[in-house]
Design a protein around this ligand. Sequence first.
Ligand SMILES: Cc1ncc(COP(=O)(O)O)c(C=O)c1O
Length: 436
Amino acid sequence: MRSRFPLLTRRALFAGTGGALGWAAFRGDSIARVVQAGREAEGKAPTDLANDESYWTQIARAFDTDRTLVNLNNGGCSPAPAHVLDAMIQDLRFSNEIPVYHMWNVLEPRIESCRRELASEFGCDPEEMAITRNASESLETLIFGIDLQRGDEVLLTNQNYPRMITSWEQRARRDGIVLKQISFPVPPRSSGDLVERFRAAITPRTKVIEVTHITNLTGQIFPVREIVRMAHDRGIEVFVDGAHAFAQFPFRRDDLECDYYATSLHKWLFAPIGTGFLYVRKGKQKKIWPLMAAPAKMDEDIRKYEEIGTHPAANHNAIAAAMAFHRGIGAERKAARLRWLRDRWAKRLEAASPRVKILTPLNDTDSCAIGFVHVDGLDTEKLQAYLWEKHRIMTTPIVHPEFNGLRITPSVYTTPDDIDVFCTRMEKILKDGLPA
Ligand SMILES: Cc1ncc(COP(=O)(O)O)c(C=O)c1O
């Protein structure tokens, strides 16, 4: 039988050392491998490297994932490379020897190095960077932390993340603020149309806009800077939900001109599960209360958002290892590969049948790794269940009131063979239907 992993065969993975030892042997040196692969690829444009399997095989080897399945839901949350997991486990063990000393006195202060690295990557001052457990915590800090009066309006789309909508709705019930949710077609008519929809919904009572940098549904990238500029001209605050954006495709704070940004790091930075950040511009920190109380002297200290009680230091310290891996690849190369993988499945399925609708614009500005496919006449949830239960292909079923289909998110360890296995199966389903 033809191997699904011609360049990354199981034999190659375990060659020389045998079994688990083989994995352990290249865990420790995965960063060195990434750096070496990068050196060999030096001078190659990211788009030329995007289908260079000798390079991406090296990257894939850093992940200790189950190669008997095809994981096309790396957006929900991602496996971490083995060395990142090892760094966390090592710190957990060390912490467990005497937590009150090792965790609080030795490991926790290292959060400052992670803050510095994240700030440098995002393009802000470390004093504007809080480390949180996920985008939800970061966004809820903003949602519940800003003072609003009864009748004040908050503007979002009906494709913002459900937990964030729920948070705003709770605030509406409690404080009498008013939520306005705008709708937009997928794919949108243009990025200008997205800005215009926000602009048209603004009233004199609008105080906050929450915009998703890249949606978790179709993977639409929003024109954040244009929305921020338009809102700032009217004295409106903009909270940016970048849960999926940071480390998926390259951008910096100044490209967005935003004052607030929230992300998870267990999606595209490949940091351990339970890591995120909240950026709040220096001059704005006083006006955003922390979710858990902090003393008044911390009013303008970004660390007030980290006053969360006892928590493991191991998870957030491993952000440093994940950042080294991300930089070893390079943001431009990573995005180019992710787009190449997106096009490989999306264009093939689009060509396979007129029943297939790709609802994600396939270009370099409107989307990256996340793509969305709707198939006329197929039940989305049954399709997802069939792919997973019968063929071990993991996808994300999305059923929104205005559209439905599968969200497909490959990652840097996804092989072209993985994509082809998915496409071949989909083509068969298009031809024969789903088994009853
Ligand atoms: C757009 C968006 N915002 C917020 C979140 C919440 O992220 P987390 O569950 O990591 O807190 C997600 C999660 O998928 C998301 O897609």
